[in-house]
Design a protein around this ligand. Structure first.
Ligand SMILES: Nc1ncnc2c1ncn2[C@@H]1O[C@H](COP(=O)(O)OP(=O)(O)OP(=O)(O)O)[C@@H](O)[C@H]1O
Ligand SMILES: [Mg+2]
Length: 387
């Protein structure tokens, strides 16, 4: 069990029989959510074969191929690489390039802007392994970033390398791989500071053994942080200097957001074994329109000003509203996504604070939804669930 990279959050799963050693992926075919490197193994292999550009040491692909993996494209042999991230190309190029330098990468943005998603795919493309992961919480101990001890071994054999339980970061350093730290700014400041030595000296001392682990070429670290619920100010300036910060924006246009939602819903639907919903695009567009208008505090045509609800109404939430709607349509409807299937989900996403948000929603419903051409069914469905 000491070999497991499971962090404390996942510790129950260590008991289950389905446990795989990190990167082994033997349960990939069965896993509810396979790692990126397993889901897109064929694309990664095709990219590696087509890639004749220089690769930084221990990288599976060149920076160009990593960017192509994220943004999508067609290779010379006709292999289609699906876009994983939809957004400005430059952002991806800067992120990938940072990983090839001696600075770590900090992905910053409001909730649901694909920070975790991009971090996973970057690690998968660069190192072929996205599982060297530390989940940051207010309770993340120093051991999750440095190392811990297997106490049975420690008592039996005394302190030694065998009794040491390396953290994902330590393993990434030793193997020249990409480590990931999720929600960096939730980690207590003194624990965050553990990263300073790692990132600036590229070494992790083990004073108990009088040893150290030195990072080998290929090691780097991707952290994500949310700039909404707790500020990035909490990142000490000493640590911040070790990172190149890349801000992931909200989708620029409605079309872009519809495209992201449709793509992800199709993917998630496949993994949940839901049949494809070809006529769902109208409903997706509607969800995205509602979310964007409420988020922006005004209708798309600029005529009506609106109050914004307390929730974030991110792309990620739009994806889950549509996925749930699709499941409803499949199990209780005729398989076609209809207004009634998304109305309850939208209400749940918008009305987080039962008092204030409900007023915002009612105003939007009566002032905008009711008046809009072609939205009659949707208005009726919303009225039904709002009552
Ligand atoms: N620009 C985008 N391109 C592709 N997918 C996107 C984009 N924006 C959001 N998504 C999708 O949104 C979902 C949620 O993203 P993710 O969990 O990575 O967000 P996050 O920024 O880490 O949010 P949080 O701050 O809540 O952790 C993913 O399924 C991702 O595919
Ligand atoms: Mg995240």
């Amino acid at each position: 069990m000491s070999e497991s990279t499971e962090n404390s959050e996942n510790s129950e799963s260590a008991e289950s029989t389905n446990m795989t050693a990190a990167g082994e992926g033997s349960a990939a075919g069965e896993a509810l959510r396979p790692h990126a490197e397993d889901t897109f193994a064929a694309e990664l292999t095709a990219l590696a074969a087509a890639d004749d550009r220089p690769r930084p040491e221990r990288w599976r692909l060149s920076p160009w191929a990593v960017a192509t993996y994220l943004l999508g494209g067609t290779l010379a042999d006709g292999t289609v690489i699906t876009p994983k991230y939809v957004g400005p190309r430059r952002i991806v190029e800067v992120a990938v390039t940072t990983l090839a330098t001696d600075r770590a990468l900090l992905l910053l943005g409001v909730p649901g802007t694909a920070k975790t998603w991009v971090s996973e795919h970057l690690a998968a493309a660069v190192s072929g392994d996205s599982t060297l992961l530390v989940q940051g919480t207010a309770g993340t101990p120093e051991e999750s970033i440095r190392y811990g001890w297997n106490y049975a071994r420690l008592l039996a054999d005394g302190p030694g390398r065998e009794a040491l339980v390396p953290s994902p970061v330590m393993r990434a350093m030793a193997q020249g791989m990409t480590a990931r730290v999720e929600e960096l700014t939730r980690i207590p400041a003194d624990v965050q500071d553990t990263l300073i030595t790692i990132l600036s000296e590229k070494t992790l001392p083990i004073p108990e053994l009088g040893q150290e682990v030195q990072a080998v070429r290929g090691f780097n670290l991707i952290a994500t942080a949310n700039d909404r619920d707790r500020g990035v100010n909490e990142l000490s300036s000493a640590l911040r200097r070790r990172f190149n910060t890349v801000v992931l924006p909200l989708p620029a246009t409605p079309d872009e957001e519809v495209d992201i939602v449709a793509r992800r819903v199709a993917q998630i639907g496949r993994s949940l074994q839901l049949p494809p919903a070809p006529e769902g695009l109208d409903e997706i567009r509607r969800v995205v329109t509602v979310f964007r208008e409420l988020r922006d505090g005004g209708t798309a045509d600029g005529r009506t000003r609106l109050k914004s609800p307390s929730g974030t109404l991110s792309t990620a939430e739009a994806i889950s509203v549509v996925t749930n709607g699709l499941a409803l349509a499949t199990h209780f409807g005729d398989g076609v996504l209809r207004p009634g299937d998304v109305a309850a989900g939208i209400l749940g996403a918008v009305v987080r604070d039962p008092a204030a948000d409900r007023v915002v929603w009612q105003e939007y419903l009566e002032a905008v939804v009711r008046e809009r051409d072609g939205w009659k069914d949707f208005y009726r469905a919303c009225r039904e669930v709002s009552a």
